[in-house]
Design a protein around this ligand. Structure first.
Ligand code: GLC
Length: 587
């Protein structure tokens, strides 16, 4: 039989197994059982977000870095995914010590990405396709090359001095403060004025002084500048650290892994966010999502409680704090974390759901199975999970085709300030460096930053020049072109899944309830909205697994399935193939 015939048969099977889809008409009532009122329904809750790391997406000028024109070239592809929002990592003018999370001018585009006209054309392209655009606001800190910092460090009486936090050296050494990127700590001595400045991240990323109302106004003006251009949302980078305890209590060594508890969510954060809401958010049809949600549910709730008028969405780190070491994935922990966070937001507030981003290794390496046999179904399973939970789903570029980690066993190839800082810390602490490197190789965020794999041409079709980062060798097998016309590919399953989510409000607003939470290999849960009810069953195992769901009255139809069939026998016993992921309509 020739290949075309196989494709036709596969398409028939694929469509066949999905033709039971039920279209749920959007409710017109004002109050539903689970307290979702019509007024509480918004585009950013109903949206599906796709994250683009611009330097790795598509290069058009051959310099080896992705650019806006490259994104413009791929707009139809992005739209074809069925996503409705894009968050793009920073592209502002920057010395790029932390790949753009060190901004030198918040109103200028780094030439590597193009011009402001290119940005506007890209934004227009998204909007024409009904895709909203979320800007990364990096305002806990700036670059040390920002004009504000240059002024601030120049003399103690410069009008910009209080734009940053300074500790005069005549007071002695500042109390030790932990830095996420710098093993030397968060205070850096600057001889020009004989004082130390604060940097929570790298020393090239001095923290802005949010206590200073002028700093806050500067930030709101920047946000308005971009809102006027038409951006639809702001992702507030590292924002839980913006408010500080300026009595500078000594950091208790040994609590490094727990630093959010010491530095996150200081009291004035709410005041700043409320002010930001009044100054910017409520004046435009925009939303703000913060990176980080504190360390307690109360913190998270306070941030997104609509009545408090602060943020609209937050994301917690527990979902990506799991599985940081090879072979450490535990389904029971995964279920527990997502169930606990869902329960915390069941009646009020809104969170983002994500399993990967530019700060993490690839999702399939951490939560799925990279072997050739299971790569496809396990990625499809993870995407089914992501797109069937409550909360706005965030998908990271490349995860829609199952891109994997890259192998980087020695330090020489690393360029990331975080990886290099951690290595220095490991050396200083006398850690076992071989073990350190093996964990870094698995968990480093550089794994998630390799060029997008478009096709089988040189450099995966990402660039005609030398890519800034090595393309993963597996690009000839994992790429968009190969998956494009294969109805059973990860890519087409992703597209199918975004469609399913958009057509079934129960997947957006419905209550979540876990079933048989002790099951060792299957994650099963229901989502319920008024009279609509669906069941999600996910087999996180490379073996067949079954689950008997006698508590469910009737399995009505398959809404989506990453295999052609699903075995259901007497008493709702469902037998799932390895990494099979199915959503049923039930009652
Ligand atoms: C956030 C970003 C990360 C960056 C850091 C400093 O955590 O996601 O990429 O390095 O902030 O801005």
């Amino acid at each position: 039989m020739n290949n075309n015939l196989w494709v036709i048969i596969a398409v028939i099977l694929f469509v066949g197994c999905n033709n039971h889809q039920t279209k749920i008409v959007k409710e017109t009532d004002t109050k539903t059982e689970n307290n979702v009122t019509q007024e509480q329904k918004t585009w950013w809750k109903e949206g599906i977000l796709y994250q683009i790391y611009p330097q790795s997406f598509k290069d058009t000028d051959g310099d080896g870095f992705g650019d806006f024109k490259g994104v413009i070239e791929k707009l139809d592809y992005v739209q074809s995914l069925g996503i409705t929002m894009v968050w793009m990592n920073p592209f502002f003018d920057s010395p790029l010590v932390d790949n753009g999370y060190d901004v030198a001018d918040y109103r200028a585009i780094h030439p590597r990405y193009g011009t402001m006209e290119d940005f506007e054309a890209m934004l227009d392209g998204f909007h024409k396709r009904d895709i909203k655009f979320v800007l990364d606001m990096v305002v806990n800190h700036s670059s040390n090359e920002h004009e504000w910092f240059k002024q601030s460090r120049s003399s103690r009486d410069n009008p910009y001095r209080d734009y940053y936090h300074w500790w005069p050296a005549e007071k002695g050494d500042p109390p030790y403060r932990y830095s996420l990127f710098d093993p030397e700590g968060a205070w850096e001595y600057d001889a020009t004025t004989n004082a130390y400045y604060l940097h929570t991240f790298a020393k090239e990323q001095p923290d802005l002084n949010w206590e200073n109302p002028k700093v806050r106004q500067e930030v709101y003006d920047i946000m308005k500048f971009w809102a006027e251009k038409g951006v639809d949302g702001f992702r507030m980078d590292a924002f839980q650290f913006a408010s500080k305890d300026t009595t500078w209590p000594e950091f208790p060594k040994g609590h490094e892994k727990d630093f959010i508890k010491w530095y996150g969510m200081r009291p004035k954060l709410h005041e700043y966010l409320n002010e930001m809401y009044q100054e910017v958010i409520e004046k435009y049809d925009v939303f703000a999502v913060a990176e980080g949600a504190g360390s307690t549910f109360k913190d998270a709730h306070d941030l997104v409680d609509a009545d408090r008028k602060e943020l609209q969405m937050a994301y917690h780190f527990e979902s990506v704090d799991m599985s940081r070491k090879p072979n450490s994935f535990e389904l029971s922990e995964f279920k527990e974390v997502f169930t606990r966070w869902d329960s915390a937001f069941a009646k009020q507030g809104w969170i983002a759901i994500f399993l990967s981003n530019h700060d993490n290794a690839r999702l399939i390496n951490r939560f799925g199975n990279t072997s050739p046999e299971f790569r496809t179904p396990s990625t499809q399973l993870l995407n089914t999970f992501l797109l069937s939970m409550r909360g706005t789903p965030y998908t990271y570029y490349g995860d829609e085709i199952g891109m994997t980690n890259i192998d980087m066993p020695t330090l020489e190839e690393y360029v990331d300030v975080d990886a290099i800082g951690k290595y220095k810390t490991a050396v200083a602490n006398g850690e076992d460096l071989q073990e350190f490197m093996s964990i870094l190789n698995y968990s480093s965020r550089e794994n998630g930053r390799t060029p997008m794999q478009w096709d089988t041409s040189d450099n995966a079709g990402f660039t005609k020049g030398k890519p800034w980062k090595r393309v993963n060798d597996n690009y000839t097998k994992i790429n968009v072109a190969i998956q494009q016309d294969d109805p059973n590919s990860i890519l087409n399953h992703f597209r199918q899944m975004t469609k399913v989510r958009k057509e079934n409000p129960v997947l957006i607003y419905g209550d979540y309830a876990i079933i048989q939470k002790e099951h060792p290999s299957i994650y099963a849960y229901t989502r319920t909205l008024d009279n609509e009810k669906v069941l999600v069953v996910l087999n996180f195992s490379e073996n067949k697994s079954d689950i008997k769901l006698s508590e469910i009255k009737k399995l009505e139809a398959t809404i989506i399935n990453n295999y052609n069939t699903v075995a259901v026998s007497e008493g709702n016993k469902i037998t799932l193939m390895p990494y099979q992921a199915v959503i049923f309509k039930i009652n």
